[in-house]
Design a protein around this ligand. Structure first.
Ligand code: A2G
Length: 393
């Protein structure tokens, strides 16, 4: 969508994966979907380096409104959980230098049974603009005709004159999505099933994105990106190695980097992954070109992902899906690299910078259910990234 937003994949936080539809604030005061949760999250994002690293949007997913609209037909937030109202909350979030997002569904009800948009398009969009919302996720449970509804809702958004990033769940509810139309109407769009708090789920999404990449990778670019769903990193379901895999592959995919964890109890080893500047720089590369799965071993356990970056550089993720460490060498051809010399930087900084000659294979050792993630910079067009003397010996 050409609205000036999401020129690189949006980064932020969304409540769903971690907090779901927890609504009993008496029993679960720190877990429930409430203004306290959003404020607490915004505070940490602004004060602990997330905003500085690029994470900007704080978005409430499902289960925020009252079950019934107000007498004027407007959506109203649950008055126990959002006593100050949404406008005050968006102001609070914005006062921290962050941006504020909200969720609705293009059906009669949201997936969790809260009021949906059907028949209320104009008034809901006007309400969001009045609340100074910066980001709208529009889900698709019970959507009668997504091909008509999503562009129409987008037109309403546009007519408010307020820039609101438009996140569509449109293709996730279709067998044969019309990606050209989707990319014209939406800034980001969910292609596939919801992510869950497990390695199994992350592996399933990576496999699906690889298997189907020819259908939609080409529609990614500045202003419009495919969305494989939230980062699981920081929750119980992924080990540190597995979290590095998700962060690397999501960066190759030019995917939105949307966290969904309790930032106030985030362990340092996961925070370090989420804040890795070199990895984020791959995700945020200005070309906005989505990377591809370029090689899979016969036993399907080794996978190479490859993304083209500005300045003819490439990011390559060597993923080990198996439960034993791998030692292997790969040819330029397997890695889909042109036959030339490269500077190679390990983006998780376990290894020293190295040089790969045009005549050599590239040797990689990968932990079980882990990744090695490198940037390959063509040697002739030496960049500021790596200078000769940085590469000692
Ligand atoms: O509703 C759907 O399952 C959403 N999926 C999920 O992300 C979450 O918003 C949930 C809330 O009830 C898609 O948007 C594809």
């Amino acid at each position: 969508l050409d609205n000036g937003l999401a020129l690189t994949p949006p980064m932020g936080w969304l409540s769903w994966l971690r907090f779901g539809c927890t609504i009993d604030c008496e029993k679960q005061p720190t877990e429930c979907i409430s203004e306290n949760l959003i404020k607490r999250t915004a505070d940490v994002m602004a004060s602990e380096g997330y905003l500085e690293a690029g994470y900007q949007y704080v978005t409430i997913d499902d289960c925020w409104p009252e079950k019934k609209r107000g007498p004027d037909g407007r959506l109203v937030p649950d008055n126990k959980r959002f006593p100050s109202g949404i406008k005050a909350l968006s102001r609070y979030v914005q006062s921290k230098g962050l941006k504020f997002g909200i969720y609705e569904d293009y059906g009669n009800y949201t997936c969790a049974g809260y009021p949906g948009v059907l028949g209320h398009e104009a008034i809901d969009v006007a309400t969001f603009a009045e609340w100074e919302v910066d980001y709208v996720k529009l889900d698709g449970c019970g959507a009668p005709d997504p091909d008509e509804g999503y562009p129409m809702f987008g037109k309403h958004l546009n007519e408010t004159g307020r820039p609101m990033l438009y996140s569509c769940s449109w293709p996730a509810y279709q067998k044969h999505p019309h990606y050209l139309a989707i990319a014209e109407s939406c800034n980001i769009w969910r292609n596939y099933a919801d992510i869950a708090n497990s390695w199994h789920s992350v592996v399933g999404i990576m496999k699906w994105f690889g298997d189907h990449q020819d259908e939609f990778a080409k529609f990614a670019g500045p202003g419009h990106f495919n969305d494989p769903d939230m980062l699981v990193i920081g929750n119980s379901g992924l080990t540190v190695d597995q979290a590095r895999v998700q962060m690397a592959v999501w960066s190759i995919l030019a995917a939105p980097l949307i966290m969904s964890a309790d930032l106030s109890t985030m362990k340092p080893e996961f925070k370090e992954i989420l804040l890795n500047r070199d990895v984020i720089a791959v995700n945020q590369d200005v070309l906005g070109k989505q990377g591809l799965r370029v090689w899979t071993s016969d036993d399907k356990k080794q996978v190479i992902w490859h993304r083209e970056l500005e300045g003819d550089a490439r990011a390559l993720a060597f993923v080990n899906l198996g439960d034993k460490a791998i030692d292997n060498s790969y040819s330029h051809e397997q890695m889909l690299l042109p036959i030339q010399d490269f500077f190679v930087k390990d983006l998780y900084k376990e290894e020293q910078d190295q040089i790969l000659s045009r005549n050599d294979d590239f040797h990689v050792r990968i932990n079980a259910t882990g990744v090695k993630f490198y940037k390959f910079i063509p040697k002739e067009c030496e960049s500021d990234d790596v200078s000769e003397n940085e590469i000692k010996e």
